[in-house]
Design a binder for this molecule. Structure first.
Ligand code: NAI
Ligand code: MG
Length: 341
């Protein structure tokens, strides 16, 4: 138990299963002896409903003050509608690095997976400068999207990845790109990574792979990978793929890291298909909150939390439906708490 003053952190329950898995996190953190004082704020569809804004000013102010947040998933309309609040949060606080580890915790199709994916979080095709060109009477005849990577931004994320490797005893970074086709957009990313890698020669290895080949290798021989360094869109796609190697989206945490602010979240979305049923797997957001504990130097608490989760899954054999178990979110949460007392 920490005796120091609590750290105020913003807590965004979010949409869909968000409030259910966030409630689980609050309960478990109470039992763990949370170093955080939560400041609850709304965003996403919940933000629209409560305050008429998917990213209300008071939520932004809260994060600006605390520099630290845990966020449930936020629903984004497909096609039209408001722009993703997730993307806007990353831009607003310059959270340039997205850290998404995938580590085996339960027996499954693959054993001993341990991959950390670092995703560039601000550029690439996510800048989504898009427009339509009408032809004849079809207003949507042509759709154009522009991606953007800068050399400096690419160097910054590459340096982040190499520093992460040094701090966490990782040996090799594979840069994922499509520089055979998107020669400039992903070529600049690869060039910057190569330039940065020279500073780490002899300490961290680097190689590179075209994204489609990487996707196949991740299925055939995922053990060859230690860390992946990806552009924004490829990182989004491959982080779901590596989640699939360790049991699915219910097991995949992430951290969005900037120079002075960090927002932790699950990799998954708001799962509208199971929302409100009380069956969501809270492990992803719990592992994200463990990353948040590491981030603030509370490694002891993070380790206790991860151990309690692993024991609940494997010793107690209590699992939610996505992991072929029968436990509800509440039953799983109570079981983790029992492990923590
Ligand atoms: P999703 O990740 O919400 O769901 C995909 C599938 O995985 C669904 O079958 C869902 O039931 C299952 N699943 C996800 N998390 C689970 C959990 N914790 N426990 C058990 N099963 C789980 O992806 P989808 O359906 O494509 O997106 C839904 C919404 O979420 C969209 O509006 C999307 O924009 C948003 N989204 C938000 C993210 C964020 O806030 N960071 C990330 C990804 C999507
Ligand atoms: Mg995604």
């Amino acid at each position: 138990m920490s005796s120091s003053k609590p750290l105020t952190a913003t807590l965004i329950p979010g949409d869909g299963i968000g409030p259910e898995i966030v409630e689980s996190t609050i309960q478990i953190f109470e039992t763990l002896g949370s170093p955080f004082a939560w400041e609850v704020q709304q965003a996403g569809v919940a933000g629209v409903e409560a305050l008429g804004d998917p990213l209300p000013k008071q939520t932004l102010d809260s994060i600006r003050q605390n520099h630290l947040a845990l966020k449930g998933p936020l629903t984004t309309p497909v096609g039209g509608g408001f722009r993703s609040s997730n993307v806007r949060l990353r831009e607003e606080f310059e959270l340039y690095a997205n850290v998404r580890p995938a580590k085996t915790m339960i027996p499954g199709r693959y054993e001993n997976i341990d991959i950390v994916l670092i995703r560039e979080n601000l550029g690439g095709f996510y800048v989504a400068h898009e427009y339509l060109i009408p032809v004849g009477d079809n207003p949507k005849a042509v759709a154009v999207s522009t991606g953007m990577n800068t050399y400096e931004g690419s160097k910054r994320i590459a340096r982040f990845a190499f520093e992460y490797a040094l701090k966490n005893g990782r040996k090799k970074i594979t840069v994922v790109h499509k520089a055979n086709i998107l020669k400039l957009l992903t070529g600049v990313f690869l060039d910057a990574a190569r330039d940065v890698s020279k500073e780490y020669e002899g300490r961290v290895e680097m190689d590179d792979m075209i994204v489609d080949a990487c996707a196949m290798q991740l299925v055939l021989n995922p053990w060859r990978f230690d860390m992946l360094l990806c552009t924004n869109l490829f990182g989004d796609i491959l982080s779901d793929q590596i989640a699939g190697l360790v049991g699915g989206l219910g097991m995949a945490p992430g951290g969005n890291i900037g120079t002075n602010t960090a927002i932790f979240e699950a990799v998954h979305g708001s799962a509208p298909d199971i929302a409100g049923k009380g069956i969501a797997n809270p492990v992803s957001i719990l592992l994200a909150s463990a990353m948040m504990l590491d981030h603030v130097g509370k490694q002891d608490l993070a380790t206790r939390l991860r151990t309690a989760i692993i024991d609940t899954l494997n010793v107690d054999q209590i699992r939610t439906g996505d992991l072929k178990g029968t436990a509800s979110t509440k039953q799983f949460t109570d079981a983790v708490c029992k492990r923590l007392v």
